[in-house]
Design a protein around this ligand. Structure first.
Ligand code: OAD
Length: 250
């Protein structure tokens, strides 16, 4: 493993455009539940009841209760060393952008600036009628919240199943994936499209893929390097080699 970490650090040093694609796994060590896997949210809850536009039409209060529960967890969560290392790498000009499927905002909290939120942000809400948007800093007391402009129902400004991704974010993500010569694929199960196809775009354009995950995923087969372990432990170890002048090779 140590040898692999050193190699990845060397490739990072020699890369022009490095991008990270992150999923729920990067926030697991911050105490935010992931969606799949043993204790994943989709084991306990049905996405059809909570994360589709039809579910919201049917029972907005139930959907909001679930989001308030998640907001309460997220509001207490702090960025972990994985978020922090990515923010440091951006500051130092090593990392160009983070493309995330997470709605928890922890990359921004850690200090990352160029973050593309493919699935929205849990703290932003929008009116289903007039599309007015606002940002919350704590979970709403009265649910469902009502639009100040038109009296319509406000919903979380996140992407649900059967919905398309924000066009601007998606365009940026595709462009970055095509440009990057190294993509770090961190804590994602790689089964939700279109995010899961971004690494393939990088690879098809000649870029290198480095997966950091506690388990194998469908993307493992296409990744050039697969580092098994927690993102909050692996990323600081790579960063340590990045900071070494001769990278410990001589
Ligand atoms: P998942 O919950 O599907 O996958 C989390 C991944 O993180 C798994 O591959 C785990 O093995 C890995 N993992 C867990 N803990 C880890 C750790 N400490 N370090 C590294 N890896 C770890 O999450 P996503 O792939 O992000 O979409 O899920 C994609 C989308 O599916 C979500 O954005 C959400 C969900 O339905 C919507 O709600 C639209």
């Amino acid at each position: 493993m140590e040898e692999q970490l050193r190699t990845v650090a060397n490739i990072l040093k020699g890369s022009r455009i490095v991008v990270a694609l992150t999923g729920a796994g990067i926030s697991a060590e911050s105490g935010i539940p992931t969606f799949r896997g043993k204790d994943g949210l989709w084991k306990k809850y049905r996405a059809e009841d909570l994360a589709t536009p039809f579910a919201f039409q049917r029972n907005p209060k139930l959907v909001w209760e679930w989001y308030v529960w998640r907001m309460n967890i997220i509001s207490k969560a702090k960025p972990n060393p994985a978020h922090v290392v990515l923010a440091e790498m951006e500051k130092e000009g090593i990392l160009k952008a983070v493309i995330t499927q997470n709605v928890d905002g922890l990359h921004f909290k850690a200090g990352s600036k160029n973050v593309i939120e493919l699935h929205g942000n849990i703290w932003r809400i929008r009116c289903v009628d007039c599309n007015w948007k606002t940002v919350l800093n704590s979970p709403p007391i009265k649910i469902p919240p009502i639009c100040e402009r038109c009296g319509g129902l406000m919903r979380p400004d996140v992407v649900w199943f059967y919905e398309s991704l924000p066009q601007d974010a998606l365009n940026k993500a595709f462009k970055l994936a095509a440009q990057s010569d190294l993509m770090l694929v961190i804590g994602t199960s790689g089964v939700v499209q279109p995010a899961a196809s971004l690494p393939l775009i990088t690879k098809n354009h000649g870029g290198i893929l480095v997966e950091i995950n506690v388990a194998d995923t469908p993307l493992t087969l296409v990744c050039h390097y697969s580092l098994r372990g927690k993102a909050g432990e692996i990323l600081p170890r790579i960063y340590k080699y990045l900071k070494r002048k001769n990278n410990g090779n001589i």
